[in-house]
Design a protein around this ligand. Structure first.
Ligand code: SF4
Length: 414
């Protein structure tokens, strides 16, 4: 397809605002590292960030860095470096690309932000295994490499109903982190500060939810591909006023689009649910391809993963335990199936696309018969495409596009 014939992605005006707050965030971390204060904590994406912020740490998220390596298409040169020290090409390609980049002393941050030479070096690493075991292995590598402590919360996995026993164990583990974090950070825990930050995270999450739910409208104002970019502040800045203000701005823009019936896809014909990880290095390409098919990818489990409805400043520890345990990735097959069913109904979905990400079984929900069961139950087509979040060697563009075209034909025949 020639350049001039490429379907245009409609620009979101708030993007400039987002770039500015993300740049400020990375510069603040870089300055803290250079000055030795405030202390820096690395945290997994659904780890206890609010607790760390309340104890005065600046918080950095290696998974966000992994996504940057994927979207800038640099992962391929780093994954083999981690493979060479024993990390299999079959495990999380965020882990392998991030560790490989660290060994090579390179980062997309220094290309994006002048003056930043490397990732911010941590004083402590804090993980929650709610999403997968890889994060623990990932942080353990850095712990040994940098000689900093790695602390963690071990969460149950594949849960159906969440019980008080599950939650009290997680709550206890969260509280158990405090003495060590006080010692490392040099600040006393302050329950009021914790409540305040949890409240800000709650506000952020509710606004993010409203942003996603603007897509219940027909046509949908924002694509899944844009959402993956605009969820950045919900991931790295939740717990701050900055994130709350940002989502107020984004929500207003999308509500205006809804009022004007301005869709992300011109002449939207079909509405698709994306189940699984993004293919970071192909976001733009896939966004344009779906626009050319008049098909809007409008809802996803991935972007919904930063909705934490249960945060409650009046009951901060228990509500945090609940919020970080009730997320989709922690739950059993039955819960996941019912969840997607609800989404299909809520967003008026015509078909479901499962991304089987080679290096992330935790976010590849096609592997135990779910697409077939949902097709049968809901009477809508499901498609599985093979790929990966960062390792583009696992993704065949030609095959994926042929399959997507056939899938859209199926939607049309319905
Ligand atoms: S959930 Fe998947 S992508 Fe995320 S850290 Fe774990 S293995 Fe990697």
């Amino acid at each position: 397809m020639s350049e001039e014939k490429k379907p245009a992605i409609k620009k979101i005006q708030a993007t400039g605002h987002m770039r500015k707050i993300m740049a400020d965030y990375f510069y603040e971390l870089d300055n803290a590292m250079k000055q030795g204060s405030p202390k820096i904590a690395w945290c997994t994406s659904v780890g206890p960030a609010e607790l760390l912020l309340s104890l005065g740490f600046l918080v950095y998220y290696p998974e966000n860095h992994g996504a940057m390596l994927g979207s800038s298409r640099q992962a391929a040169s780093y994954i083999p470096v981690a493979n060479a020290i024993g990390y299999s090409p079959d495990i999380c390609s965020y882990l392998t690309s991030d560790v490989g980049a660290f060994i090579k002393k390179e980062t997309p941050l220094s290309r994006a932000y002048e003056g930043i030479e490397g990732v911010p070096i941590p004083d402590v690493l804090v993980y929650n295994t709610n999403q997968c075991r890889d994060v623990q292995d990932w942080f353990s590598w850095y712990s040994k490499e940098l000689n900093v402590p790695a602390l963690g919360i071990s969460t149950y996995r594949n849960i159906g109903n969440i019980t008080e026993d599950h939650l009290s164990s997680i709550e206890k583990q969260i509280k158990g982190l405090i003495p060590q974090l006080e010692e490392i950070g040099g600040n006393k825990f302050d329950i009021d500060k914790f409540r305040h930050i949890l409240g800000l995270s709650y506000d952020c999450t509710q606004l993010w939810k409203k942003v996603l739910e603007t897509n219940k409208s027909i046509p949908a104002p924002i694509s899944f591909f844009d959402e993956t970019i605009h969820m950045g502040p919900a991931v790295v800045l939740r717990g701050t006023e900055t994130a709350v203000e940002y989502y107020e701005v984004l929500l207003q823009e999308l509500e205006e689009r809804v009022a004007q019936k301005e869709g992300a896809v011109q002449d939207e014909k079909f509405r698709v649910y994306w189940e699984g990880m993004p293919i970071w290095g192909k976001l733009r390409d896939l966004a344009e391809f779906f626009i050319s098919l008049r098909t809007a990818v409008i809802a996803s489990t991935y972007c919904n993963s930063w909705i934490f409805d249960s945060f409650d400043p009046d009951d901060p520890f228990m509500s945090m335990a609940r919020a970080y345990t009730e997320i989709f990735i922690v739950r059993d097959e039955n819960f996941k199936e019912l969840y997607i069913e609800k989404m299909v109904d809520m967003y008026g979905i015509n078909g479901i696309l499962f991304h089987d990400a080679k290096t992330c079984p935790n976010n590849s929900n096609n592997r135990y018969g779910m697409p077939e069961r949902l097709e049968k139950k809901l009477g809508i087509p499901a498609l599985t495409i093979n790929g990966d979040l960062n390792d583009l060697r696992c993704y065949s563009e030609e095959q994926a596009k042929t399959n997507i075209e056939a899938f859209v034909e199926q939607l049309a025949n319905k």
